[in-house]
Design a binder for this molecule. Sequence first.
Ligand code: SF4
Length: 354
Amino acid sequence: MIIKCLKQFQYHLLHWYHRTARKLPWRKTKVPYKIWISEIMLQQTQVQTVIPYYTKWVRRFPTVRSLANARFSEILILWAGLGYYRRAQMLHQTAKLLCAKYQGRLPQTRDGLNKLPGIGPYTAGAIASIAFGENAAILDGNIKRILARIFAISHDIQSPRTINHLWKLSASLVPKSNPGDFNQAMMELGAIICLPDTPRCHQCPVTMFCEARRLNRETDFPFRRNRIPVKKVRQVALVIYNSNHEILIKRQPDNGRWGGLWTFPFGDNRKEITNELNIDNQSLKQIMTLRFGFTKYQVQLKVYENQLPKTDKRNNERPRLKNSHLRWVKAVKLISYPFPAPHRQIANQLNHAK
Ligand code: SF4
């Protein structure tokens, strides 16, 4: 289906966006570096979560060069809790590359941006259109859903052929003038109106162009042949105290999901962790249960505490722990270590409980 009046579609969407758009900090700027940071932070992460991280980040690292010159440990502290830590590594790596080869500036085209590490076609399109005014298309989960509904696409949304088709549709909608605002309007539509389970069609500025709406089948789109099942995972974390009232934390391997961050020792079950740390499994007391999701997993994390007895040799190992990834720290000092969000939550609760 071809939208009969493309200009009207663009006009209605842009008019609605200019009238109602949320006032987000990255929408006040056209500085390519800041747009880049916001787009990377917004990947897989909600707007409200990103706002304080973005604000702190651009205050501490206002330019590509300041980011390139920073120590990665400091970057991790600012990123801690935002998840998908590989993004922070890529930002740092790309900032260094920009300083080494691009005089500290981002390339000004979608194709140029797309060649940088960590910048895929969506992010390249978003930066090119918002910061440089190129009429570049964008396509992420939200835009796919909107397009699948507007055009009532009944093919599997995950198939490469459909994705290719959606890229072409997205490109066909972007106007030559104001492409950045248009793309942000599409993002806004996906975030607050064309919601996955409960689209707010009565508030939608392009409802008159929507084929799914006309058919009264909004939630039938997008069609997926195989929905990815959510996997339930149970894990255990230990809060271990020594006789100096210090708590044991562990640095995660660089190449893992939480590479470079600190956590409480955790694993699939108590035995696995207590064996690894060579401590008694019997005297553990459960203190909390957390639930969180990531990618296709739903995790239940049971947290136990354990006080090592005074006679235990490990009490005297401070600071000479054999494993350099382990460290004893006072509860009040936990805040200065970069923790992933669930472990940060444990640390906060320990400090509140004091
Ligand atoms: S009319 Fe409804 S389904 Fe169609 S784009 Fe708008 S919110 Fe989405």
